[in-house]
Ligand binder design. Structure first.
Ligand code: CR6
Length: 829
């Protein structure tokens, strides 16, 4: 129907799709058309939100032209696609990135100006989609940005949560969570496709039956279902014309309500089924690293992978495609264990629905998946009780058992008589309850398993999955995380971008190793002075924002010391607090001369999982210290603590470029990688950090002289824990530490109320699971070194510039190239 004849008479309808013109005039026409006919308002009556929505839709038109063409050429070429399966995408605001990708910024600014509209006012109107918790979700967003920029076909699959990560507020210094209604003012960046909804089944039973060929088979008889409605988002590459797709699924009831019950007057009951179904994509679980094993979470996981697999197989491949060749067309990357239920789902599709032979289906499945592990915390490795699986996904449980049987048969053959090993490696465990270890399932099914930094991958092999790495050494690999230079340098740090561009040109934006060309300029006093001007300007910009956003006043001329990341005991925000307390205590007790203190502002940004008690106590303590220090005339010109609420990507983009010092102080062996650490180094902050996660690689690259290392190494930690660790003894033996903790416990920060700090103080003294007291001395010595270095601005900026010049490695473009070469074996178009 859309053949050559049609094309001859309807060229516009067939394409290629034409973008609106890249001119001020063309843009203004398109914008006003969108405002009038898309939003349905006149410019004279348009609110800021109307204007923002119309602008976003207009910019989306420019991208859509490329997007539609790119999708067509990709399907026609029949190339291999990366299917990134992730329960989280922490995207950040879209407008700035879309303007950057299209090169429309100046045109839009001028065009809006001519309509009497200020671009930055509209930018501020955008609510970021917070569909992730922290590093893992942000990493997914960086990766899809890089794949688009590398011109690699990728579909990101995930969940369109109606409410993303909660909005954090403080009430009397304590965290109070508010729902994140990010969709409430409209969502101009998405393209919903209700007509392409996919059915997802749950519950019920399984049965044996005999098919037409007389073969006995098993099948699933589900008891309820929901619809998954796809919402497409565009993922633009940087100046290369490629636009990939992020497809997020929203759950909808198959039956909106029961009219009979409704008519009988029981309205709540009439919509009960709908509410139940739609709860599946209602809200993001707010736990970072330590998932809650609740049934709704398993529903979310199965929901989005079932939609995604079906979507790819039925809509992206030709109807007659032979699924034996599936590995030539897709590699599904499992972003942590959250999407691992996709493994038995693919087996079910192939074996039950497509009647493929089990062994053939397993061979296909093992080539279609690869698994990234993002943790070392045992409590973060997801485990699903078989009871829950039996109730929700009975056929999948059977398939998992069958996979496990086959796998253990292999293990017993390879290690005859070693029954303990077979038990250790079993995907299904019996203790403390019968449950499926999702990380094991992913390892058995995945073609490759990777950690996210060198140290992490090594510990993953040696400590988390040792039997598996012994059995399949070649399956294990490392890909160190990275971050996108587009968002985190080019967009977030325009002042620095301008300086870099003037010095080495613009090529670094897509080839971050070229930052190395800055290295000689570290020795140039004029460049260093300009670098300091950039920092000062960024601090000023931050100060303006914090006053308006939070009523926080940043003092001028302070060293800006920043610790932003989720609140977690292993990350040790409380150790940072002890350093502040110790400095403060030494000043007020007269132990040190205030004139010798380097004025510092300590910035925290951190959300605590709503159910994480100790994390919330730490937030309370930081806020209490911040308030007391602000009011203390003896010290407030020297020490300030700023804790803006609701740290998110938007705030990160302002904070990171302003920082002098980056705090990366997790207990060695606990932080899988960290990615904030990379963003700070690339924006010219020095790191004070432990030998943990990607800090190790940052230090190796920038050199010991340009990194402030402290604390125990991972083997030393393991050793201390084996010997037995007694935090109270450390407290007793270190007078500085003792005075800091005593001050915290004294009621000084809580109007005399000693009980208020008790939970935190008691935990530090008698538990201290992450050895904050053990590393305290080393930490404050390292901080003294920071003060000393900062006293020489020229020497400090030299080190900061070397940090930038030597960390180009941490571009997510490089991470993506490594995945492409070693894991995905997919290519650019
Ligand atoms: N919490 C790691 O803890 C890592 C990111 C991305 C984390 C963090 O060190 O940088 O993943 N892990 O790889 C999980 O979420 C399980 C994180 O963000």
């Amino acid at each position: 129907r859309f053949g050559p004849e049609f094309a001859a008479t309807h060229p516009l309808a067939v394409g290629p799709v034409v973008s609106p013109p890249h001119s001020v005039d063309g843009f203004v026409k398109e914008f006003l058309r969108e405002l009038n006919f898309g939003t349905g308002v006149l410019l004279s009556r348009a609110t800021v939100n109307d204007q923002y929505v119309a602008l976003a839709r207009t910019v989306a038109h420019y991208l859509a032209a490329r997007w539609l063409e790119g999708g067509r050429t990709r399907r026609e070429a029949g190339v291999k696609v990366v299917g990134y399966l992730s329960a989280e995408y922490l995207l950040g605001r879209q407008l700035g990135n879309a303007l950057l990708a299209t090169g429309l910024r100046d045109i839009v600014e001028e065009g809006l100006e001519s309509c009497g509209i200020n671009l930055s006012t509209l930018r501020a109107q955008e609510v970021e989609p917070g569909l992730g918790n922290g590093g893992l979700g942000r990493l997914a967003a960086c990766f899809i940005d890089s794949l688009a920029t590398l011109n690699v076909p990728c579909i990101g699959y995930g969940i369109r949560y109606e409410y993303g990560i909660f909005r954090q507020t403080f009430v009397d210094g304590r965290q109070v969570e508010q729902p994140d209604a990010w969709l409430s003012l409209g969502s101009p960046w998405e393209f919903p496709h209700p007509e392409a909804a996919v059915q997802v089944d749950f519950g019920g039973t399984t049965e044996e039956y005999v098919d037409e060929d007389g073969t006995p088979r098993r099948r699933w008889l589900p008891s309820w279902n929901v619809l998954g409605v796809p919402y497409n988002y565009m993922v633009p590459g940087y100046h290369n014309g490629r636009v990939n797709t992020l497809r997020l699924w929203s759950a909808q009831a198959t039956k909106a309500f029961d009219l009979q019950i409704f008519n009988s007057g029981d309205y709540a009951e009439a919509v009960r089924a709908q509410t139940f179904a739609e709860n599946i994509s209602k809200v993001l679980y707010p736990e970072d690293s330590t998932p809650q094993g609740r049934e709704l979470r398993l529903q979310q996981q199965y929901f989005f992978v079932a939609c995604s697999l079906r979507d790819f197989i039925e809509r992206e491949l030709p109807a007659d495609f032979d699924l034996h060749d599936l590995p030539e067309r897709i590699i599904f990357q499992l972003n942590d264990t959250h999407p691992v239920i996709a493994v038995p789902e693919l087996m079910r599709l192939l074996v039950d629905e497509r009647k493929m032979d089990w062994d053939e289906a397993w061979a296909v499945t093992q080539k279609c998946f690869a698994y990234t592990c993002h943790t070392l915390l045992p409590e973060a490795l997801e485990v699903w009780p078989t009871e829950m699986l039996a109730k929700l996904l009975p056929r999948h449980l059977e398939i998992i058992y069958q996979i496990n049987d086959g796998f253990l048969r292999e293990v017993r053959e390879a290690f005859p008589g070693d029954e303990m090993r077979a038990r250790r490696m079993s995907i299904v465990t019996d203790y403390p309850e019968r449950a499926v270890r999702m990380a094991y399932l992913a390892t058995v099914a995945g073609a490759k398993v990777n950690g996210v930094a060198e140290l992490h991958s090594q510990l993953l092999r040696d400590k988390v999955l040792p039997d598996f790495s012994e059995y399949w050494p070649e399956k294990f690999t490392n890909v160190t995380n990275g971050v996108t230079p587009r968002r985190f340098i080019r967009l977030a740090n325009w002042n620095f971008t301008r300086l870099i561009n003037e010095t080495i040109g613009t090529g670094w934006v897509t080839d971050l190793d070229r930052l190395a060309e800055l290295e000689p300029y570290a020795e140039d006093p004029e460049f260093r002075a300009r670098f300091r001007q950039v920092k000062a300007a960024n601090k000023e910009r931050l100060a303006k924002l914090l006053v308006a956003r939070d009523g926080i006043v940043l003092p001028e001329g302070h060293l800006l010391d920043v610790m932003v990341k989720r609140l977690h005991e292993y990350k040790r925000q409380s150790m940072k607090l002890l350093h502040i307390l110790s400095t403060y205590e030494q000043i007020i007790s007269g132990a040190i001369d205030p004139a010798t203190v380097t004025p510092r502002t300590f910035v925290f940004g951190a959300k605590a999982a709503p159910g994480y008690k100790m994390a919330k106590e730490t937030i309370f303590a930081i806020n209490a210290v911040a308030a007391t220090l602000a009011a203390d005339e003896r010290t407030n010109h020297l020490l300030t603590v700023a804790f803006p609420a609701n740290y998110n990507v938007t705030l990160a983009e302002k904070l990171i470029p302003a920082a002098d010092l980056s705090e990366q102080i997790s207990l060695a062996g606990k932080e899988a990688s960290g990615t904030g650490n990379m963003k700070f180094a690339l924006n010219g902050a020095l790191t004070i950090g432990t030998d943990d996660g990607a800090n190790v690689e940052i230090r190796e690259l920038v050199g010991d002289d340009n990194f402030i290392l402290f604390g125990m190494s991972e083997p030393e930690v393991a050793d201390l824990q084996a010997r037995g660790y007694n935090p109270a003894a450390v407290y007793e033996s270190n007078p500085l530490l003792k005075r800091a903790i005593d001050l915290l416990a004294s009621g000084h920060f809580t109007e005399g109320n000693r009980d208020a700090m008790n939970p935190l103080v008691m935990d530090l003294l008698y538990n201290d699971r992450f050895l904050a007291l053990a590393d305290f001395q080393s930490y404050i010595e390292a901080q003294a070194k920071v003060d000393e270095l900062y006293a020489d601005p020229d020497a400090w900026s030299r080190k900061a510039i070397l940090n930038v010049a030597r960390t180009g490695f941490f571009s997510s473009d490089r991470s993506m190239r490594e995945y492409l070469d070693r894991i995905w074996h997919a290519k650019a178009l």
